[in-house]
Write a new protein. Structure first.
Length: 98
């Protein structure tokens, strides 16, 4: 067999295994949700469950970027543009924090 076919078969096998693992995780999550709903309907208390364990990459924290303006002209148009920019980006930061 050619090396390309072997690599293709390995990739297909790995994809199939990961697909089956994903289906099992979805099924387990559905059973957990059903159990939580049953508990909630009987007692009225929302059960606290842990999130499923998954190896994920750490998401980079969203930090506001600092914009440096060097040699900015001091004209009324530049001041107005700066004020608009500050108001626009400030509203996005406030809405993201809320």
């Amino acid at each position: 067999m050619a090396l390309g076919y072997v690599i293709a078969l390995v990739l297909i096998g790995a994809g199939s295994v990961l697909f089956v693992v994903g289906l099992l995780m979805v099924h387990q999550e559905a059973r957990e949700r059903a159990r939580n709903l049953k508990t909630f309907l009987k007692t009225g208390v929302v059960p606290v469950t842990m999130a499923p364990v998954a190896n994920t990459l750490k998401a980079s924290s969203r930090q506001s970027a600092e914009i440096l303006h060097l040699n900015v002209p001091r004209t009324p148009e530049a001041d107005a543009a700066h004020a608009l920019r500050r108001a626009y980006y400030g509203s996005h930061v406030r809405s993201a924090a809320a």
